[in-house]
Design a protein around this ligand. Structure first.
Ligand SMILES: [Zn+2]
Ligand SMILES: [Zn+2]
Length: 177
């Protein structure tokens, strides 16, 4: 079914991430019921639910009409303005405890893969190691506590996994309630 959805370079499977789901619901931008509805974040000063169809996200009409963004630009450093706008204005955001943000690799925004637990993260050792280094940098100095935290990802704290659109490397950040 997903073959009929628009393609999002920086969020290739919004059904798997549950940002978009099958629903008979009217898009608040184009007023059509396409059978698909967006359920994740939309930041705007206007009073609108953010329940858009995937097409109004992909063509930028929802973000333009409601002067909003699906994702904060936090973390999107060193990418071109085109990429910045594609992520914040034309790409579905995702469900997270904290405000979702995007990771950058090879001077391009990475593609959001989804929320993963420790087992799924461990399948990408480079992402696990990068997260370990980031947590140490962020102030985790007790190695056994750090390993305990990583081993229990999926319970309370979770991980957002991305894949570089240029070199294919996986990246992750930890998200907690
Ligand atoms: Zn629409
Ligand atoms: Zn890369």
């Amino acid at each position: 079914m997903s073959a009929s959805l628009p393609f999002f370079r920086y969020h290739p499977d919004p059904l798997a991430s549950r940002s978009i789901r099958a629903a008979s619901e009217t898009c608040v931008c184009c007023n059509r019921d396409t059978g698909w509805i967006y359920t994740a974040t939309f930041y705007t000063a206007q009073d609108v639910s953010g329940r858009f169809c995937p097409w109004c996200i992909a063509n930028g009409s929802a973000a333009e009409r409601f002067a909003g963004e699906f994702t904060d630009s936090y973390g999107l450093d060193g990418v071109s303005e085109d990429v910045l706008h594609e992520v914040t204005r034309r790409t579905p955001g995702f469900h997270a405890w904290q405000d979702p943000h995007w990771l950058v690799h090879c001077q391009d925004a990475a593609a959001f893969v989804g929320e993963v637990d420790h087992t799924e993260l461990a399948a990408h050792p480079e992402a696990l190691e990068q997260l370990r280094v980031d947590l140490r940098t962020g102030g985790w100095h007790d190695e056994s506590q750090l390993e305990h935290f990583l081993a229990n990802l999926g319970e309370g704290a979770t991980t957002m996994l991305f894949r570089c659109t240029v070199c294919g490397a996986h990246l992750a950040y930890a998200d907690a309630s």
